[in-house]
Structure formats: C-alpha cells, structure tokens
Design a protein. Structure first.
Lengths: 297, 337
C-alpha cells in the first residue's frame, strides 16, 4: 500500500502576502526601485562619486552637463560656479537628504509613539498636556515654527533635523493616540488586563503591534516631507550651510546663474523632486497594502 | 451650538497662553540678549547699558516681564522693530494684505483646477485620464516649490517674456495709493489704464507656485471623496432614475463629496502661510513671509517674535472658524465631545 502525501502550497508568510499586494501597484514598485537606487548612491557616494564634492577645479567652472555642447567628459553633469563637480555634489546630496529624512522620521516616530501611548494610557492631565502642546505645534505653520527654532538655535544641519522633528511630532502622537484608544476598547486588551499584564507590557507588547500599519505609512510619507522641508530651509539659507552639498542649499546660490547656466539650478531641484516623488509613490503603495481602510481607490 | 462654540473657543485659551509664552521665551533664548543685539559694533557704555536694560524692563523678574509682555499684546503693543523703528503690529498689517491676496489667488487656482481634476479622475476611475491626472497630482504634491518657482520664472519670464520676474506691480509705470493694501482692488480704484492687468500679470506666477501643493492635495482628496460617494445608494438611485451622468456626478455626488474637501481647504491656511514664506522669497513679494525671513537675516527679533505670534494666532482662529462651519453643516459633530 502506498500512502500518498498531498503537498499543499505553503501558506503565505506575512511578508509574501504584503509583497503580493504591494506589487499590484506598479507605481509603488517603480518608486521602491528608485528609492533603492538612491539609497545605493547615498551609501556608496564616497566610492561612486568621481571627485570630492568640495574640491574646486580652477579653470573648469560652470561647465554644462554632457548633453549640452561644450561639456567636458571629465565632469559629466557639469560643474558649478566655483568649479565643483556636480555629479559628486548631487551624490553626496542624496546622503544628506536621506540622513535628514531618516533621522527626522526615526526620532519623531519614537518620541511620538512614547507620547501617543502615554497620552492614550494615562489619560487625564497627561493627555491634556500632551494634546495641548501638539495643538500648539500644529497651530504654527511648519516653516514658520522651524524658522523660530532656528532663529534661537542658529542655522545648521543638526538644528534643521531638530526643528523638523519637533514640527512633525504631532502627526505621530495623534496617530498613535487615536489608534491606541481604539485598540484599548477591544476584548483582547481587556483579556490581557484581566490576566494581570503590567502596564508597560500592555502598552508595548499588546497594543503597539496593532497600531503599526498606519505608523509605517506615516513614517514613509514623513521621510519625503522632511526632505522637502529641509531643502526649503536650505534654500532660505537656514538649513545646511555652504559648502555642504545639500540640494536645497545648492539651489540657493545659483539664482544669479539661473539665466546663463540653468542646469546648475535645475539639477538639484530635479533630484529633490525625484527622491520625494519616489518615496511618496512607495508610501501610497504601502498604505494600500498595509491599511486597506485607507485605500484611496 | 452655542455650547459647542463656547467650548471650542475656550479650548484655544491655553494654546494662546502657551504661544505667548513661547514667543516671549524665544527672544530671551537667542544668543546674546536684546541689548547686545542692539548695541551693534559700536558698543555702549555700562551706564547706558543699565539705562537701556531698565527701559526694556530686563532688570525685572521674569514673571513680571511676561506679565508686561502679555499686557502689551492685549493693548496692541507687539514691540518695535529694531531696524525700522516702527511698531511690529503696524508693519505686519501693512504687509499682510499682500500675503492674503497671494494666498487667495493661489487657493482660487488650487480649488479651481484641483476639484474638477479630482471629479474627472474619479468619474473615469482607472482610465488613462485618471492615472495621468493622479500622476500630475503626485508630482505637484512632491514638488519643491522654490525650485518650481525658479523654473517657471526661467521659462515664463526670462525666456518667453510673458510675466514679470518679481514684485506686485510695475512701479515705474503705475502708481496708485494703497487704500486697501490689496493691489488688485487698489489698482482698480485708481482707474489707471492697464494697472489692474499689470497687477494680475504679477500675481499669476506666484499664485501658481503657491497653489501647486494645495491643488495636488485637493485633487487627490476630491477624487477619493467622490469615489466613496459614487458607491452610495442614492447615487445608484439617481442613475436608475435615468439622470444623465453629468447630473449624477456634478450635482448629486459632488455636493456630498465636497464637504471634506472644503474642510481640508480651510485647514490648509497654515500650509499656505508656510508656502508663502518660500514663494514670497522667490518673487520678492512684499508680504509677511518675505518680511519674516528678512527679519532673521537682520536679527530683528522683536519683528520675528511679533510676526510669529500674529501668524500663529491667525491660523488658530481660522481653524476654529473651520471647525464651527463644519459643525454648522454637519449636525453629527455638534454634540460630540
């Protein structure tokens, strides 16, 4: 007698099922690959970049990129007003922008999770204070609040990160508070409470994992917003200071070259646009895949 | 409703107090006290320093200083600009109409294009039109507007010579008294030929730049609100009755889809004012956004302090108004909380 074993397809893991619904969205997949490419460039900028981004080549200033007549094949995206290689500067710029985006996202998310959970769990005066402070932050237009913080702390890359982190904090706090409050009324939380789970464990182990889907979506979109915000500050001269190759700051000192050498202005902006768009595309896909309730179509 | 109104207003009081406290603290946290900043390079004698400190109340205990500051605010005294020596409130009020005007036209463009785009995309869901419109919206949403502004100036002004590069009006050709502070109205009142058209030509690029992000947000929002509404039973009923697609979408569905859209437009006032800082800088637009960044460059802290206080207060008040309007339209909100 032969016993037959029937082989069933393995049940899909969480990641596989996520990828399946994520990859349905073509835009999201494109965004994802563009983001991967940018991360690759940012990580390996020191190897990939042909030159030091701060090195000035005398006699090679304002060279156009390769598709315009008069280009020098040594500098294939041209050079800026003082003869720095644009390719290298843009590559290092990816590093700075991603650093800003990621650090703002991480810090404001961690702080936001803590404050949001505290607000939902303790309620009462803790909740009132946290929510009032968040309302205050949200009442001041983002860029104006950043200007206020930077006026006090002085313009620098680190202070840019601090200012934007503060500005973005309310998003995470409110999101976490709202979803934690919704979760708290559910039976599994009551069950955990009854079985004597401690408050900290209840917060971090029982409730938090059930709030992660909207959090991940918010985090992805938070990165792109932070990059945009930081480049705006850089453009106003309040963010990263020259000669740092930050995309926004690179734009700021090209305005007098705008007419004669438009690419010096066009390229950094294009980099910001592509990066932010790719992250947003990916974020939209993440939202559709992780949080069907928020599905936009 | 009265109760709701009262509650909502009461909730803003702690926010205002905190706001005053933060702007009050700010000027004290800035490296070097206000006197140091004022002294400049020439320096002043220690005696004069003491007199100045006393005049500015800096020798008082901190709680007394805060009290004086709040007292001043309630009497319309927001301090005096260090550079221009004029009261901050006065300076703000002269510049604010320019920002309102710009924001108004930006919103007009944003809603005027964003709502139809969203409705159209929703009605052709999944089609090439839908995908390309949403692609454009995503681009607008991801746009670094300062760069967008420069690109537009490069093409429209420098290459095609269609629009002026900066400012609100051509000061060499046209001069009219600032009656209302709104260039569009003032130029009409003055009756000068071509002045109004000139003002509009100056307005168009900055409005497009400032309106880009709100337009994208509105288009995306309208589309998703429409999609939701289009699945409702009453829409199916309207269709079954044999109403034209136009009427179903344009009248029955749009009406209900617009409620969240209009609320979001109201809530974008803060975004607009933040965007105005960048836009006004690109186009040398003489509004409060440009003034704020100038104040930083000139280390004019009283101006910065007063300006931030005023802008934040305006945003808080507008948000209250939006909430109240929303409550008036939607009875379900009224008794909540």
């Amino acid at each position: 007698m032969v016993s037959e074993t029937i082989s069933l397809p393995k049940p899909r893991g969480a990641f596989a099922s996520f990828w399946n619904s994520f990859s349905e969205n073509r835009g999201a997949v494109i965004g994802f690959y563009v983001v991967l490419a940018i991360v690759f460039i940012a990580v390996f900028a020191p190897i990939l970049a042909p030159y030091n981004p701060l090195e000035q080549f005398k006699g090679a200033t304002r060279l156009p990129p390769f598709w315009i007549h008069g280009a020098d094949s040594k500098y294939w995206l041209g050079t800026d007003a003082v003869g720095r290689d644009m390719t290298s500067r843009l590559m290092y710029g990816a590093r700075i922008s991603l650093f800003i985006g990621l650090s703002v996202m991480l810090v404001s998310m961690v702080l936001g999770v803590i404050l949001g959970l505290a607000s939902a769990f303790y309620g009462g005066i803790v909740d009132v204070i946290i929510i009032r402070v968040m309302d205050l932050i949200m009442a001041i237009p983002s860029l104006v609040l950043e200007i206020l913080i930077i006026a006090v702390t002085g313009p620098s890359l680190l202070n840019t990160v601090i200012a934007i982190t503060i500005v973005y904090l309310p998003r995470y706090v409110r999101l976490l508070r709202a979803s934690a409050i919704a979760e708290l009324s559910k039976d599994y939380v009551t069950a955990a409470k009854v079985s004597g789970v401690g408050k900290l464990r209840l917060m971090l182990v029982t409730v938090l994992p059930n709030c992660t889907a909207p959090l991940i979506v918010q985090a992805a979109l938070g990165i792109s917003d932070a990059i945009l915000e930081a480049s705006g500050l850089g453009f106003l001269g309040l963010g990263a200071q020259p000669p740092t190759p930050e995309w926004g700051a690179m734009l700021a000192d090209t305005r007098d070259l705008m007419q004669s050498h438009p690419w010096v202005m066009a390229l950094p902006g294009l980099c910001i646009l592509i990066t932010v768009m790719a992250i947003n595309l990916m974020g939209d896909g993440l939202r559709d895949a992780l949080d069907p309730r928020l599905r936009k179509s | 409703m009265i109760k709701f109104l009262f509650k909502r207003l009461l909730l803003t009081v702690p926010t205002f107090v905190a706001l005053m406290f933060i702007t009050f603290l700010m000027i004290r946290l800035v490296p070097g006290d206000p006197i140091e900043v004022r002294r400049g390079e020439r320096g002043i004698s220690p005696e004069r320093l003491e007199i100045l400190r006393h005049e500015m109340g800096l020798d008082q205990p901190i709680w007394k200083q805060f009290g004086d500051y709040v007292w001043g605010i309630f009497h319309g005294d927001l301090g005096t600009s260090v550079i221009s020596k004029t009261p901050v409130l006065h300076e703000f009020l002269t510049l604010f109409p320019a920002t309102i005007e710009l924001s108004f036209f930006a919103m007009l463009i944003a809603a005027g294009l964003g709502i139809p785009a969203g409705v159209f995309a929703a009605s052709k869901r999944g089609s090439v039109y839908d995908q390309s419109l949403m692609g454009i919206a995503l681009t607008g949403y991801s746009m670094p507007i300062f760069w967008w502004g420069l690109i537009l100036v490069l093409f429209m002004s420098n290459t095609l010579h269609l629009t002026p590069v900066s400012g609100r009006t051509d000061l060499i050709k046209y001069f009219y008294p600032a009656v209302t502070g709104f260039a569009t109205i003032d130029s009409l009142i003055s009756g000068q030929k071509g002045a109004f058209a000139d003002v509009l030509r100056h307005l168009i690029l900055p409005s497009i730049v400032l309106g880009t992000v709100p337009m994208a947000v509105i288009a995306r929002m309208t589309r998703s609100a429409m999609l939701e509404v289009l699945e409702e039973d009453y829409v199916r009923t309207a269709r079954a009755k044999g109403l034209s697609a136009w009427r179903v979408i344009g009248v029955h569905a749009l009406r209900n889809a617009l409620i969240p859209v209009i609320t979001s437009i109201g809530l974008q006032v803060g975004t607009l004012l933040a965007g105005a800082v960048l836009t006004e800088n690109i186009f040398s637009w003489p509004g409060v956004g440009h003034w704020l960044t100038e104040s930083i460059a000139r280390r004019d802290y009283p101006a910065l302090q007063g300006g931030i206080l005023l802008i934040a207060s305006i945003v808080i008040m507008v948000n209250v108004l939006v909430d109240l309007t929303y409550a008036a339209i939607n009875p379900r909100i009224r008794y909540g909380k």
